[in-house]
Design a binder for this molecule. Sequence first.
Ligand SMILES: Nc1ncnc2c1ncn2[C@@H]1O[C@H](COP(=O)(O)OP(=O)(O)OP(=O)(O)O)[C@@H](O)[C@H]1O
Length: 255
Amino acid sequence: MSTVLKVDHIEKYFGNKGNTTKAIDQISFEVERGEFVGIMGPSGSGKTTLLNCISTIDSVTTGKILINEQDITKLKTGKLDQFRRDELGFIFQDFNLLDTLTAFENIAIALTIQGRKPADITFLVKEVAEKLEITQVLNKFPYQMSGGQKQRVAAARAIVTDPTLILADEPTGALDSKSSRLLLDSFEKLNEELQATILMVTHDAFTASYAKRILFIKDGQIFNELIRGKDTRKEFFNRIIEVVTLLGGDTNNVL
Ligand SMILES: Nc1ncnc2c1ncn2[C@@H]1O[C@H](COP(=O)(O)OP(=O)(O)OP(=O)(O)O)[C@@H](O)[C@H]1O
């Protein structure tokens, strides 16, 4: 197996002298190709900051982050934009689709920027749409789609360039339970059939139970790690709940 992501002793401080918050305090971990990893932790524990540092949206104070053996903390702005476009796929809680573009165009945009041929773009978009069961909405605009459909379009956009790593921040946060299940089934499929590597932040135990491994963050540090192993999703869910309870997080969203 090859290591896709190596987070090496990172720290992140916000603020300035006399008024600093240590959002990340010496976090290290690795993700192998084809893994589906969840990050959980109470509010303010540093989950989003961690994801933002990995996604190159924010910079670390100390430490290294290697994606495909490339230290992203050393990349300059121009290179960083290209790196983000070519190596990463993003899925956000609020979908981030462009309202004036159809689903097809939203999914195609990254391929267009990469300068791919129109015939290849059409082929790739249709292929991923079939996998995510959104073929019937390809000609629709975001306002004509349900929340679940929008999020599956966002997932299609994230995967269509075949990125090294997909980063998802609370992807089911704005979805009802049925749409959440459909999206998570899609994630499972992308992970198992296409060997997509997914790193997903969530506070929701049900969502987390789809991952194969969970890192729990508390006060900016890794507090615990759970590996699904041969557990069913339900068994894994129960183990996750135990740790969430121990961490003092909320267990409201247990479906
Ligand atoms: N831009 C910022 N300036 C100052 N402090 C910040 C900033 N962003 C985050 N923090 C602080 O860093 C810590 C970690 O925040 P972060 O948003 O990463 O937590 P989180 O685990 O994602 O929380 P939540 O689940 O509520 O979204 C918090 O104490 C927060 O107040």
